[in-house]
Ligand binder design. Structure first.
Ligand SMILES: [Zn+2]
Length: 236
């Protein structure tokens, strides 16, 4: 599979195994929908994204895998809805005729900059969350959660979509604020990773050194999972 680096493939198989163990084919369908839709959108956007590493796979699927091992269907699918919303927003946002604006201040930022959002990308993210939410509602395994928790399917659909969208927004806010940003001291070129060398090794100018894009993605899936869990009434 050309979408995954070897470590990424191992991580994807581990996530898949956890989801299959927890939810059987129902869970695998939702996981595949997330993974395949994201990869196809990346190809359609003709973004030459590097093959996914184990870190990136865990950042997007790790929370869902843990929730699957706990048998928490709505938590796992809430995490996947957030991951899907973020991926769809990024890829569809690439088609936006307008430059992205920072979610916090509204300042224009360059394409692909963390924390930048577009109307098109945001709408795409909502659709991505809705697709995962719809699959989760349709495929909910019987006996997975108390029937009284999500009494109506429309309620579940709205709540899971909201979980995904809130996760996506958390991703943008963290990307605009706490995520580490780097600059070349010699030419002001900006970078998202601290291991770059431009004219000189890049320097941290904003945010936290240890919080990179993968960390922000992981936090976004945690937000999606938490919102879904609160809505489902799982007690901690
Ligand atoms: Zn430079």
């Amino acid at each position: 599979m050309s979408w995954l680096a070897p470590g990424g493939l191992a991580a994807a198989l581990a996530v898949g195994a956890a989801v299959a163990w927890g939810f059987g084919w129902h869970g695998l369908v939702v996981l595949f929908a997330f993974f395949v839709s994201g990869s196809l959108l990346t190809q359609i956007a003709e973004r030459r994204a590097p093959r996914r590493t184990a870190r990136q796979v865990i950042a997007n699927g790790g929370v869902a895998a843990v929730a699957a091992l706990l048998g928490a269907w709505w938590v796992a699918t809430g995490a996947l809805a957030a991951a899907a919303a973020d991926t769809w927003a990024t890829e569809l946002g690439a088609f936006s005729p307008f430059a992205p604006r920072l979610i916090t201040t509204g300042a224009r930022v360059s394409r692909g900059a963390s924390g930048g959002i577009t109307a098109l990308g945001t709408a795409g993210g909502v659709v991505g969350a809705l697709v995962i939410a719809a699959l989760a509602v349709l495929l909910e395994p019987r006996g997975m959660a108390p029937a009284s928790v999500y009494p109506r399917r429309t309620h579940s659909l709205a709540l899971l979509t909201a979980a995904g969208v809130l996760g996506m927004l958390a991703d943008s806010v963290l990307g605009a604020t706490l995520q580490g940003k780097y600059e070349c001291p010699a030419c002001d070129a900006r970078f998202e990773r601290g291991n770059n060398v431009c004219h000189e090794p890049v320097r941290l100018t904003r945010g936290l050194r240890w919080l990179d894009n993968d960390g922000v993605n992981l936090a976004a899936t945690l937000v999606g999972a938490t919102v879904a869990a609160l809505g489902a009434g799982y007690s901690p």
